[in-house]
Design a protein. Structure first.
Length: 101
């Protein structure tokens, strides 16, 4: 049955179908490639220089004009989604020179 799914190597486990085969193959790939988690960097510590950080860019964006009210929604909502506004914040952080993952 393994030949039907293109398997060439013998397995230590019995495989009953394609779903089981995919599960076993996924487990083997995870064992072969070690997972190295990315180190988290605090918002106030991700600075390219001492004057700008993600946190300072976020606070500046929230306090500029009507951005906080746009994010909060409520009366006079014009159909902007939070995802759209988060995109604005993300691009502002990128434009400031802060390195993001």
């Amino acid at each position: 049955m393994l030949a039907v799914f293109g398997a060439e190597d013998p397995f230590q486990k019995q495989i009953c179908g394609k779903r089981c085969y995919n599960t076993v193959m996924k487990a083997q790939r995870q064992v072969m490639t070690p997972h190295t988690p990315k180190k988290r960097i605090p918002w106030h510590n991700d600075v390219p220089n001492n004057s700008v950080s993600s946190l300072s860019v976020l606070i500046k964006w929230m306090t500029d004009g009507n951005n906080y009210n746009r994010y909060r929604g409520g009366e006079g909502q014009n159909g902007e989604t939070k995802q759209t506004l988060v995109g604005e914040v993300s691009s502002a952080i990128g434009d400031s020179g802060v390195m993001t993952a």
